[in-house]
Design a protein around this ligand. Structure first.
Ligand code: CTP
Ligand code: MN
Ligand code: MN
Length: 386
């Protein structure tokens, strides 16, 4: 600014980044001072997305790859979208994308087409594809994943009505609830509704164990205005964590506000740490619920709506790792783990952080402690929308 003109990039302009070799950082021509890291945990990604037109297209491609069982290409498109979400301004030309990490040939081709024509023919083709549309519709039901959706589609089913009237289909308990409350669950949950649910949780905890506290995690902790569910983490007094969730479920049942519950008992065992295998789920006591939220009036004419609620109750000393893991976003978490493993020789999951070199567990009282152990600048929850 003092020179009054753009200057060549020097080392002093780069964000201090001991982990990633400077060569793997990328300089955007428009903002020479900001090197973009290939790791989402080294980027600050707020909800202000300047590249929506590109990221929405890339997300269609990612979902299509996921539906085709192509995990690698799905992750490639998701990573590309995530990098664009972190940029401080809109891409002005496809050439700028050449300087960004994680943008492969397929992603760049889409950006080029959108820059030239305003839209991508490949993306439009997918959006009009019968299989893609049907898979997306089926996957929007609570309890239905790509595998089930595909098996229904392969049997020639295209609508909910066809699924529900097909005699050979046996829905499980979760899917039954998913169809029964589809109208409610498919409407995004607002921040105000999340706050009302938090009060319900606090009221229940006051009754069960007044020293337990509840914190919103997931998308709402990252500042989102709407979510597909509300995620809560419960901090229980030492040794009390396994009693809390069954008690919450019992309380909600007695209040006649529980529409569905899937409680998963803790299988957490200190002696099994660290876990070298990747597991999608952690081992803490958790439950996936459908709860009645009282409302003044709803579209359906009843005075409540159904809301998806996730609860997790880790042991007290595991709280910071679990809070970090449940705050997301999914890609942010994935890159935190990848960064820990590849750049730091450490294993991170929702339970612990382990140093493979010194063979020690790294203690943490806060999320900040975990970032510090990893030699990462602290990223606030609202900057984790990768
Ligand atoms: N998560 C997890 N273990 C699970 C389930 C979820 O660690 N068994 C984490 C995921 O990494 C995710 C976060 O919990 O980042 C919240 O999950 P989810 O509710 O699916 O996503 P949100 O980011 O909250 O998105 P939305 O607002 O649509 O709910
Ligand atoms: Mn959520
Ligand atoms: Mn959730």
């Amino acid at each position: 600014m003092s020179a009054g003109r753009p200057l060549p990039v020097e080392d002093t302009h780069c964000i201090q980044n001991p982990a990633v070799d400077q060569r793997s950082c990328v300089h955007l021509s428009a903002t020479p001072e900001s090197a973009v890291s290939p790791y989402a945990c080294q980027r600050r990604t707020t909800l202000e997305n300047h590249n929506k037109i590109f990221t929405e297209a890339l997300e269609v491609l990612a979902l299509n790859s996921e539906f085709s069982g192509n995990q690698g290409s799905c992750l490639g498109f998701r990573r590309a979208a995530s990098v664009l979400k972190s940029l401080p301004a809109a891409l002005r030309s496809p050439e700028e994308a050449l300087r960004l990490p994680c943008l492969g040939d397929n992603s760049r081709a889409v950006l080029e087409e959108i820059c030239e024509c305003g839209s991508s023919s490949r993306v439009e083709e997918i959006q009009n594809d019968q299989r893609y549309r049907t898979m997306k519709l089926f996957c929007s039901v609570f309890g239905v994943g790509p595998k089930t959706a595909e098996s229904w589609f392969c049997r020639g089913l295209k609508t909910f009505e066809q699924v529900l009237t097909e005699p050979s289909i046996r829905l499980n308990r979760m899917q039954t609830a998913g169809f029964l409350f589809y109208e409610d669950i498919s409407v995004p949950v607002s921040r105000a509704e999340a706050a009302a649910l938090k009060m319900m949780m606090e009221e229940a905890l006051l009754f069960i164990n007044p020293s337990a506290t509840v914190t919103i995690t997931g998308g709402f902790r990252r500042g989102k205005e709407f979510g597909h569910d509300v995620d809560f983490i419960i901090k229980a007094p030492e040794g009390q964590e396994d009693r809390i969730l069954p008690a919450v479920i019992k309380r909600f049942k007695s209040q006649n506000v529980l529409l569905y519950s899937d409680f998963q008992k803790s299988t957490f065992d200190l002696r099994q740490l660290p876990n070298h295998r990747f597991e999608a789920m952690d081992r803490f006591s958790k439950c996936f619920l459908l709860v009645k939220l009282q409302m003044q009036e709803s579209r359906t004419g009843r005075n409540w709506r159904a809301v998806r609620v996730d609860l997790v109750a880790p042991p007290l000393e595991r709280f910071p790792y679990a809070l970090l893991g449940w705050t997301g976003s999914t890609l942010f978490e994935r890159d935190l783990r990848r960064f820990a493993r590849l750049e730091r020789g450490k294993l991170l999951d929702n339970h612990t952080l382990y140093d493979k070199t010194t063979k020690t567990f790294l203690p943490a009282n806060t999320e900040e402690d975990i970032f510090q152990h990893l030699g990462l600048e602290y990223i606030e929850p609202w900057q984790r929308n990768a």
